[in-house]
Design a protein. Structure first.
Length: 159
């Protein structure tokens, strides 16, 4: 048995959780370093056992639970506020993006025509919309991000 192997056994030996084998006893008899470690661990263990666990006040649990509820409520309010601000911002960006996309492509006017002459006007509006695909994509991404944040926040609060 080496000192390193015995090192893992010092703590359970000092606590009396493990009975020393003949091999351990032989090493301890021959090795002053491990004997000193065991003596120190045994002293520490005795000091720890002698410690009296503090008795909590009778209202400790109730006060702790009340404080946890209060702190959780505050953090939920903060999360709610941040979430609403983020969703508002994303919605505003999406609306502005859609407005820019519609006004720059003339899609609004084409849309009115499309109501009258369905098939042809729809194809035309799609052709008009094609160059603005990046704006639609950014807007859609913003919307999806907002919805994801919403879903995530709702799930987080539901714990
Ligand atoms: Zn040793």
């Amino acid at each position: 048995m080496t000192c390193t192997e015995l090192d893992d056994l010092i703590e359970p030996l000092a606590a009396g959780d493990v009975e020393p084998s003949a091999e351990v006893r032989a090493h301890l008899a021959a090795c002053p370093s491990c004997t000193a470690s065991l003596a120190l661990a045994t002293r520490i263990n005795r000091v720890l056992i002698a410690q009296v666990a503090p008795v909590p006040r009778p209202d400790f649990t109730a006060a702790l639970v009340a404080r946890m509820r209060r702190e959780r409520w505050r953090s939920e309010q903060m999360l709610d506020l941040t979430f609403n601000f983020a969703v508002g911002l994303v919605a505003m960006i999406a609306i502005v993006g859609l407005w820019v996309a519609f006004s720059s492509t003339g899609l609004g006017a084409v849309g009115a025509v499309a109501l009258n002459a369905a098939g042809h006007a729809l194809a035309e509006s799609a052709a008009h919309a094609a160059p603005q695909a990046s704006i639609y994509m950014v807007t859609t991404l913003g919307l999806v991000t907002g919805l994801f944040v919403w879903w995530w926040a709702e799930r987080g609060l539901g714990l």
